[in-house]
Design a protein around this ligand. Structure first.
Ligand code: PLP
Length: 426
């Protein structure tokens, strides 16, 4: 023990969500592996929190960061910096949003906050639709559109939020219906809800819920929602903080699973793009982005060092077709995890797309959520040298697997075997 785990309680908030009975102190990483302060090596199946998108200590990114830091670390958004404009150009082109403008922030929370501000200003309304079981950040406004009770500490909000059913396929009032019936029922419910509103600004939704346990609605649900939203002039904000950059394998953005809907009005991103550097942002059509009529800046958003990291990281991702890798290796990994979970009574469902795989645990007798089992598997996996994540509904009974997108087949096999050991220890 290095002693750090004993000191943190005296200075960090009690509500900080730390993993493990004795939280791990990570000291360095390489590729898909990280090391702790005692020299133990782990296969990283959570990539930070989906933040290490390509690989730990990727030479292309560390070199770009070091070179940029040697030139100028920060110039503030009062001036132009080349990496910011170049990254904005690349993201605007990739976003699918016509006449796109990009505003950089330093986190996903701040990106969603900005999107909510833009939508409210554009529509002159603070009514927001959000999905049940959602997570959008920890600021006052983003907590106010977070439907997952485990992450919504006060229930208070500066926004008037209405929660919509339909983001979770296997739970809630429409569980058990075919995809088509599920979508019809969710649309009917949305129409009913809108009958009780005055003027809604936007719907904010994660295409695949991240913190909520990697749960997806039927493909096309948001396209069906969009038809209703369009009739009311309501904007669609796609929170791509976890689903962006090809993680879901089949698509570069999560919204593309609902492609009939066309691109969202606003798209938010963060986590993986900086490979661990603090990069977040919002993309929106110019008329929406430019609807604010007072000045605004983000002191650290678009900072040259983080932008240089983003450019190098995105370049690597595209040059090495890591989306294709997420599809191929993710397809194999989910098969292996399904095989590993077969015969483990506590596993209720293995689901996911690409390198975003959720394993739902439940009490085999009562069917009740099993958060203790999820924690036990997390600890057992750690013992075996594998880091994974947790999540799910407010009861946190899902395990989450989201390795860097450069995961190799051999690492997928190794990780699935370690996960099997951990599951069987239940
Ligand atoms: N949106 C989603 C979908 C997230 O998963 C998260 C973080 O987990 C956020 C927003 C908030 O991002 P950040 O922690 O960078 O503020």
């Amino acid at each position: 023990m290095t002693g750090l785990h004993a000191r943190h309680r005296a200075v960090l908030p009690d509500w900080l969500a730390l993993y493990y009975d004795e939280p791990i102190e990570l000291t360095h990483g390489e590729g898909r592996h990280v090391w702790d302060a005692e020299g133990r090596r782990y296969l990283d199946f959570f990539g930070g929190i989906l933040t290490t998108m390509t690989a730990h200590a990727l030479p292309e990114v560390t070199k770009a960061v070091a070179e940029q830091a040697g030139r100028i670390i920060h110039s503030s958004t009062l001036y132009l910096d080349r990496p910011m404009v170049e990254l904005a150009e690349r993201i605007a082109a990739l976003s699918g949003i016509p006449d796109a403008r990009v505003f950089f922030t330093t986190s996903g929370t701040e990106a969603n906050d900005t999107a909510l501000l833009l939508a409210s200003a554009y529509r002159r309304s603070n009514q927001i639709l959000a999905m049940r079981n959602s997570y959008h950040g920890r600021s006052f406004s983003t907590v106010g559109v977070t439907g997952n009770r485990a992450w919504s500490p006060t229930g208070l909000s500066p926004l008037q939020t209405l929660y919509v059913h339909g983001a979770v396929r296997g739970r809630g009032p429409f569980a058990g219906l075919t995809d088509e019936r599920f979508t019809e029922a969710a649309v009917a419910d949305l129409e009913d809800l809108l009958g009780h509103t005055h003027r809604v600004a936007a719907l904010i939704a994660e295409p695949v819920q991240g913190v909520g346990g990697f749960t997806s609605p039927p493909d096309g649900l948001y396209a069906a929602f969009r038809r209703v939203l369009d009739r009311h002039g309501i904007l669609w904000i796609s929170d791509e903080v976890q689903t962006g950059w090809g993680r879901t394998g089949d698509h570069f953005w999560g919204w593309q699973a609902h492609a009939q809907a066309g691109p969202p009005d606003l798209l938010t991103f963060a986590k993986g793009i900086g490979n661990g550097m603090s990069v977040g942002g919002v993309v929106a059509r110019a008329e929406i982005m430019n609807c604010l009529d007072a000045n605004s800046i983000s002191t650290f958003g678009g900072s040259p060092v983080t932008m240089a990291a983003g450019l190098a990281n995105l370049g690597y991702l595209l040059d090495h077709d890591l989306q294709g890798n997420a599809r191929r290796v993710g397809g194999l990994l989910i098969e292996r995890i399904r095989a590993a979970a077969a015969g483990v009574d506590a596993v209720r469902e293995v689901r996911g797309r690409g390198l975003m795989i959720g394993i739902e645990l439940a009490d085999p007798v009562t069917g009740a959520a099993a958060p203790e089992a999820a924690s036990a598997v997390l600890e057992a996996a750690r013992e075996g040298g594998l880091l994974i994540g947790k999540g799910g509904g407010h009861d946190t009974s899902a395990l989450r697997v989201a390795p860097p997108l450069s995961l190799t087949v051999a690492e997928a096999e190794e990780g699935a075997a370690l996960l099997e050991q951990a599951l069987r220890s239940l």
